[in-house]
Structure formats: structure tokens, C-alpha cells
Design a protein around this ligand. Structure first.
Ligand code: CTP
Ligand code: MG
Length: 177
């Protein structure tokens, strides 16, 4: 790997950190609060199945947004070049939460129970929506080229599986994936 590519990949990983944090925070948060409220308020879609299911909570959403934005705000304070605008970490976090919710919506429509695994969508869906949202609002990030994006997706897939397995071993999750 050439040096430029390594730097672009590292820049990409730093850039998406708010999305990673937003995606992971709910798993920890729901263990810390005494009560959770489903994001779909228990409502069912026209197909008679839950809109999103109990795996998507208001507490998870709020914590994800707060945690992702906070880490991004810190990064922005230390290095203003980390993002193009101070709202970008919030948008990266919001995009991540949106992708996660969309994934649950799709799974419920397919008749899959909460926690059912859909490889690729489970690991990368949040990142795709996060990047698309920021790309639509702020344009292409400086690090972005097809190879760097492909490597970022590959690294994210591995990290996602590894952190989920870690959370399972720590008793934070009921399933290893
Ligand atoms: N979580 C949450 N609120 C969110 C996102 C996640 O409370 N907005 C918590 C839930 O406890 C969830 C866990 O994080 O079980 C893991 O998230 P995820 O794997 O996305 O949910 P699943 O339980 O697998 O549900 P689904 O099948 O809908 O993806
Ligand atoms: Mg899951």
C-alpha cells in the first residue's frame, strides 16, 4: 500500500468516527437506563408487523446522536480540519442512526424478528447512509476515492463484527453478531 493511500484510509477512519460511536453507543446506553421506549412506540405497519421493533429505542437514538456529536465536537476543537463544518459530526451521527433504523424497517418488512442477521446491511448500512448524507450536504470528502472507500467498508465490516463479538463477550449483547 502506498503512503498516500494509508493516510487517506486513516483520514477516512477519523472522519467516520462519529458514525462509529453513534452506532455503538446505544448498545451500552440501553444497559445503563432503567426503562427504554421503542422508537416506533410499539406501532405496527400495514403488514401487521412492527414498524421497527424493540431493537430501536428512543434512548438508543438520543445517546447515539449525543455520543457521536460529542466525540466529533472534541475532534473539531482539537483539529478544525477534521470536518468541513461544525455540524458535520451531528450529520454523520444522524446518518448512522437513519441507516440503522432503515435496516430494521427492511428486516421487519421481510418478516425477520428483532436481532435477525442480514450480513453486509447490518455491518455497513449505517456507514453508507452516514456518508451519503454528508456527501449530499457537504460534497465529496478530501480522502474519498473508490479504493479508499472500498477499504473503509472492508475495515468497517471487520471492526463491526469484532466489536459486536466483544460486546457479546462482555455481556452487553445477547448475540455475537
Ligand atoms: N439499540 C437501541 N436503539 C437504537 C439502536 C440500537 O436501543 N436506536 C440497542 C438495542 O438494545 C439493540 C442493540 O442496540 O438490540 C443492538 O442494535 P442492533 O443490532 O441494530 O439491533 P437488533 O436488536 O439487532 O434489532 P434489529 O433486528 O432491528 O436490527
Ligand atoms: Mg443486530
Amino acid at each position: 500500500m502506498d503512503e498516500g493511500l494509508i493516510w487517506r484510509l486513516l483520514s477516512a477512519l477519523a472522519y467516520v468516527l462519529p458514525a462509529y460511536v453513534a452506532n455503538g453507543a446505544p448498545v451500552v446506553a440501553v444497559r445503563l437506563v432503567t426503562a427504554t421506549h421503542p422508537l416506533d412506540f410499539g406501532k405496527k405497519f400495514v403488514d401487521g408487523r412492527r414498524l421497527l421493533g424493540d431493537g430501536k429505542t428512543l434512548e438508543g437514538l438520543v445517546t447515539g446522536l449525543a455520543a457521536g456529536s460529542s466525540i466529533g465536537a472534541l475532534m473539531f476543537l482539537v483539529n478544525p480540519a477534521a470536518f468541513r463544518h461544525f455540524t458535520e459530526p451531528l450529520l454523520l451521527s444522524a446518518g448512522a442512526m437513519l441507516g440503522d433504523v432503515m435496516g430494521s424497517f427492511v428486516k421487519r418488512r421481510a418478516g425477520m424478528e428483532r436481532g435477525a442477521a442480514v450480513p453486509i446491511m447490518d455491518q455497513l448500512g449505517f456507514l453508507v447512509t452516514s456518508l451519503l448524507l454528508c456527501w449530499a450536504l457537504f460534497g465529496t470528502p478530501r480522502w474519498a476515492d473508490p479504493l479508499t472507500i472500498a477499504l473503509l467498508m472492508a475495515v468497517t465490516g471487520v471492526l463491526h463484527v469484532a466489536t459486536n463479538a466483544g460486546a457479546y463477550l462482555m455481556g452487553l449483547k445477547d448475540r455475537w453478531y
